[in-house]
Design a protein around this ligand. Structure first.
Ligand SMILES: [Zn+2]
Length: 500
């Protein structure tokens, strides 16, 4: 492959000698277009990398020690962290406000749960932000819904611009190391102030992933939509992303049609209704931008799909399809609703790592929903078979930047019927992401921008030694542990000519 001025100038068979200024021998590495992360939060990822990382904590004591360390290192500043999961903590609960006050010496402390839909805060932060006056506050320091949104707002507004830039750079460099060439930033009023996204768009450093910016703000009509777009200098890809239809399973705020298995009488929350969905999608379609929502529980998905149908009645199916609206997560979707998404040209931005981390009969989804309902979550194969475009993302910091882990998770879905094959999975993490951002296709063809990553792995080396035509065949075996997914390897060999 010959690269000239940032463009793939020529591709020739193995052994061909280009007349080039510089030759790099990739020694049989697998070349793929750069991965696209279709759902990420850059500053929050930076906060996880530079703040209190609770994602490996196994007890409240460990978290409190980490809080005390950071508070001592940076006296007088707020202590932010992320990633605890009470199901992994020996005490079966997160730290309390009182414990956080003691550990931090009275600092403002905010630690988000792994799903970022609830958090615990110190008493100092609770008092400063009047959290006890808002819905979702609990005296233990646990916050969700309105109280949570306010706590996030207050802590994010307090990050000085220079520090924010450092956090964003830290996260973007990590993303580049993971092989990500493009990142869809899901900004929203409850996540961060406008400046957070505007600052991110100012970062220009070669080798970092390109940012495709979204803002999750509800527009009631076309002029409201245009106003939001203008606030961001016309640079937004859409009014989509974390515009909340509901919450999450982990925080029991995802909207369900039947009770949570571990909270009888409780079915989560809907934050928007079909009429608002309709108005928003109509507004976005008319303003020639993408609209979309965060949606997880089956009841929330059903309400949302009803809103999509109403939007189609208002502007027509072809206008709606042309706008290529998008949904985030879409975990609890019925076959009929998947069909509707396909008909309306709505893209599903999904996170395979959610299934790996929480899916199946034994993990968090099963605790919250019961095993049967848990297995029905994230029906990737159903969505794909219905004709819905899939785009993969991490929702980092909810799960790390790790595109191969996402591919692996899609190949090894807890529900065997929902497993994808490797070609489809890689496409969802590359071309699917480009489509989700309504951006021109970009692959490894002559004339395409030279945006690619070279991968080596033992599997690829073995395949090369055996002269297997497609390194993907061996890679499939490696990612799935060989026999784990019968038929996958064989089908990949048949598909090999598609892959360059
Ligand atoms: Zn998100």
């Amino acid at each position: 492959m010959l690269v000239r001025d940032g463009v793939i100038a020529a591709i020739r068979p193995e052994g061909y000698e280009f007349d080039a200024d510089k030759v790099i021998d990739l020694a049989g590495a697998l070349l793929l277009p750069g991965f696209v992360d279709a759902h990420a939060h850059t500053t929050d990822t930076g906060l996880l990398l530079a703040g209190v990382d609770c994602s490996h904590a196994r007890s409240v004591t460990e978290i409190l020690d980490a809080v005390a360390d950071l508070a001592k290192k940076r006296p007088g500043r707020q202590v932010l962290g992320h990633g605890w999961d009470e199901l992994n903590l020996a005490e079966g609960r997160p730290p309390t406000a009182q414990e956080l006050d003691r550990a931090s010496g009275g600092a403002a402390v905010y630690l988000s749960r792994v799903d970022v839909h609830s958090a615990v805060v110190s008493g100092t932060l609770a008092r400063a932000a009047d959290l006890d006056a808002h819905e979702g506050w609990h005296e233990s320091g646990r916050i969700e819904r309105e109280a949570h949104h306010i706590a996030r707002h207050v802590t994010r507004f307090r990050i000085p611009a220079a520090e924010r830039r450092e956090l964003q750079l830290l996260a973007l460099r990590r993303a580049a190391e993971a092989g990500l060439a493009e990142l869809h930033e899901m900004s929203a009023p409850h996540i961060a102030p406008d400046e957070d996204l505007l600052n991110l768009l100012q970062i220009e450093e070669p080798g970092l992933p390109e940012i495709v910016p979204y803002r999750g703000e509800l527009a009631s009509d076309e002029s409201a939509a245009r106003e939001i777009l203008e606030r961001f200098g016309g640079r937004l890809a859409g009014l989509a992303g974390d515009l909340m239809m509901d919450g999450s399973f982990g925080s029991r705020t995802a909207g369900l049609s039947a009770d949570y298995a571990d909270a009888h009488g409780h079915r989560g929350h809907l934050y928007a209704h079909a009429g608002q969905v309709r108005d928003h999608l109509v507004a976005c379609t008319k303003a020639d931008t993408q609209g979309g929502f965060h949606v997880i529980g089956d009841d929330a998905v059903a309400e949302l799909v009803e809103g999509i149908r109403q939007a189609a009645q208002a502007v027509g199916v072809s206008a709606l399809r042309k706008a290529a609206h998008r949904l985030e997560h879409v975990e609890g979707i019925s076959a009929a609703d998947a069909q509707t998404l396909a008909e309306m040209g709505v893209i599903a931005s999904v996170q395979p790592a959610f299934d790996a981390f929480w899916g199946g009969r034994k993990q968090m989804y099963a605790v919250r929903l019961g095993a049967e309902r848990a297995l029905a979550m994230n029906p990737f194969a159903d969505l794909q078979r219905s004709g819905v475009t899939l785009a993969f993302g991490s929702d980092s910091p909810v799960t790390p930047f790790a595109p191969w882990e996402a591919v692996r998770a899609a190949l090894t879905h807890h529900n065997e019927g929902q497993r994808l094959d490797i070609g489809v999975a890689i496409e969802a993490h590359t071309a699917g992401g480009r489509r989700a951002g309504r951006r021109p296709e970009q692959g490894l063809r002559e004339g395409d921008p030279a945006v690619f990553a070279a991968w080596t792995s033992p599997g690829i080396r073995v395949a090369a030694a055996m002269n297997v035509p497609a390194p993907l065949a061996a890679l499939t075996e490696e990612l799935t542990g060989g026999d784990a997914v019968p038929g996958l390897v064989a089908s990949e060999q048949r598909r090999s000519p598609r892959h360059r």
